[in-house]
Design a protein around this ligand. Structure first.
Ligand code: COI
Length: 427
């Protein structure tokens, strides 16, 4: 067959695959119709209000929610839902997933599809598998006290995803369109959003370079997929309810000009051996230091915060500035914004060195230390292992700790106890 005709055929198959599948899965379509007819909140309602009309979305620029095709799982494919106390973190997955292909040859982004959860079929030479040309996000859907499902600032995850895509040579897209597709996916799998305030549905959108060639260069094909996992606590804490962390000055997580501020898998794989060493020494996480001054950067996969009495005698909440080494966490940003409205607390982004931490602690001015992230929300720290020593941190000894107030405020927003613009109702 001449090349031109086969290209046209390939393009037709990609554009019409949903129809072919729809015929094969007509029983699922009947269920889909039922779902379609049940009342639902328009995904538009959860994205930012538009002041000016948005430009026409072309496949080169982004996929579109309006093109979304849905193929529901057949009844025999539906998985039983585990009890909330068995969930753990990322062990179970819902019945459906979102998949969006990108082929430069075919003009760019293809139609988004929601399909029954399935294994991926990927060429062994795909660039994601060899050069870690990939990125991911983590956000959660919460079932509130009013039984409504909420997302927490999903627009910030979309911005961060696009920044990582740009750095990795992966195709960028319109974040609002992805949010709308994710909302639809959650609506379909809404019974998987736990009916419990100690668990949530964790969303894992992931973008991988699929071009099957060994050249270290921008992939001309990619796949964006999103899977959903009902989760409970990420860490096991110590008996005091906090974690112990281990600071090894001989290892770094990120460096200037690198990708420490991007959510790419290559930031996480190389932390495993260090985390295992920390675990053998009795610590739950690693405190990542950087540079000759041993600056605190992150803890495990979380942003780090301290609370101390500053030179003016005021209580101060501090976290390292976004200097390229630090992930711009959604929880981090929300904590800074919320706490800066509290009159009894000074809030600052500042460099914190190990020397400073030890000095504040030895003078009794260090009050609290905690990690914050989507997975953990806020996790108190009560011990730092450093240079053969254990430094006890009095976080759990405070009568009204800042970490607890922040955690309670965030959870109250996420689970709908208080109305707040950070929480977007989706169902
Ligand atoms: C998150 O808080 O979402 C994370 O990044 C943790 C994840 C790597 C498990």
């Amino acid at each position: 067959m001449p090349i031109r005709r086969s290209k046209v055929l390939v393009k037709w198959i990609y554009e019409n695959q949903h129809k072919i599948q729809a015929v094969r899965y007509c029983s699922s379509l009947l269920r889909y119709k039922e779902l379609e007819e049940s009342p639902q909140i328009e995904p538009e309602a959860v994205t930012a209000p538009q002041t000016t009309p948005r430009p026409q979305i072309t496949p080169e620029f982004s996929f579109k929610y309006d093109d979304l095709q849905v193929r529901l799982a057949a009844p025999y494919q539906l998985q039983p839902k585990p009890e909330a106390n068995e969930l753990g973190f990322g062990k179970y997955f819902t019945d459906h997933m979102l998949k969006i292909n990108y082929f430069k040859e075919l003009g760019g982004w293809q139609k988004p599809e929601i399909i029954p959860f399935e294994n991926l079929s990927i060429h062994p030479a795909a660039k994601a598998l060899h050069y870690a040309i990939q990125l991911f996000e983590g956000l959660k859907a919460y079932r509130g006290v009013d039984d409504k499902i909420r997302l927490f600032r999903p627009d910030l995850n979309m911005q961060r995803m696009n920044l990582a895509a740009q750095r990795s040579g992966l195709p960028m897209f319109d974040g609002e369109e992805l949010i709308k597709c994710l909302v639809r996916l959650i609506q379909i799998d809404q019974e998987w959003v736990p009916h419990s305030e100690s668990s949530t549905l964790y969303l894992r959108p992931t973008l991988i370079g699929t071009e099957p060639t060994f050249g270290v260069m921008e992939p001309d094909s990619a796949m964006l997929f999103a899977i959903l996992s009902p989760v409970s606590a990420y860490y096991k804490t110590r008996s005091d309810g906090a974690v112990s962390i281990y600071a090894d000055p001989n290892v770094v997580r990120a460096f200037p000009g690198g990708v420490g501020n991007k959510k790419v898998g290559s930031n996480y794989g190389p932390t495993i051996a260090v985390t295992s060493r920390a675990a053998k020494l009795g610590h739950q996480q690693v405190l990542w230091l950087f540079g000759p001054d041993k600056e605190l950067t992150e803890v495990g996969a979380m942003n780090i915060f301290i609370v101390y009495i500053n030179e003016q005698g005021d209580k101060q909440l501090s976290t390292p500035p976004l200097n390229g080494l630090i992930l711009p966490g959604v929880t981090r940003r929300s904590i800074l914004e919320l706490a800066s409205q509290w009159e009894d607390l000074t809030v600052k982004e500042e460099v914190i060195t190990m020397e400073r931490l030890i000095e504040l602690n030895s003078k009794g001015r260090l009050l609290e230390m905690f990690g914050a992230g989507t997975a953990v929300v806020v996790t108190p720290i009560s011990n730092v292992g450093y240079l053969e020593e254990n430094i006890p941190i009095p976080t759990m000894k405070q009568s009204q700790p800042v970490f607890q107030r922040l955690k309670d405020t965030l959870l109250a927003i996420q689970y709908g106890h208080i109305d707040h613009p950070y929480a977007k109702i989706i169902s």
